[in-house]
Design a protein around this ligand. Sequence first.
Ligand code: AMP
Length: 189
Amino acid sequence: MNLILFGPPAAGKGTQAKRLVDEKGFIQLATGDMLRAARASGSELGKQVASILDEGALVSDEIVIALIAEQLDLNPNAKGFIFDGFPRTVAQAEALDKLLAQKGQKIDHVIRLVVDEVALVNRISLRFEQQGRSDDNPEVYVKRLVAYNEQTAPLLPFYEARNLIREVDGMASIKEVSAEIDRVLALAR
Ligand code: AMP
């Protein structure tokens, strides 16, 4: 089973992805984590994307699609993938469909964490204080929200047309969000 965790930055996608990895043995593919790791390692890719990450803009489709393609090839026997922070554009979603189809696979569910953007700005300020991630500073965060609304939200009709969207209240507690996602996955099997 392959899932996409969908929602704006700081909606709780990473928290849920990690939980599903621990509890159900999925493999998490988080392009944001991969890009931050590349930057930390000082690789060519890392240097190429550093300023884009700092600005809160999206890196090119080509770069993130290549990262995902590589991970799919590296994990041929995965029980399932959780895509976290990918796809973020319609071009990425189309590429993902093709990559999975080449392996005889598909996306089974798009779990949409529905959140209140004003509350998210508060949530992110807290994460910035606790974790110190530079693109969580409130000014950059607002840019990431704008990128989400302009470039990523148009994916909703793309997946709605495929009947894949499952909505979950992302403002509930982590425990409640977890239970709701598990319920969706159990019902949908
Ligand atoms: P995230 O941790 O998912 O919020 O991603 C952090 C940053 O990495 C984003 O603000 C973008 O600059 C970049 N990024 C992550 N995933 C993608 C993607 N799928 N497409 C383009 N840029 C991405």
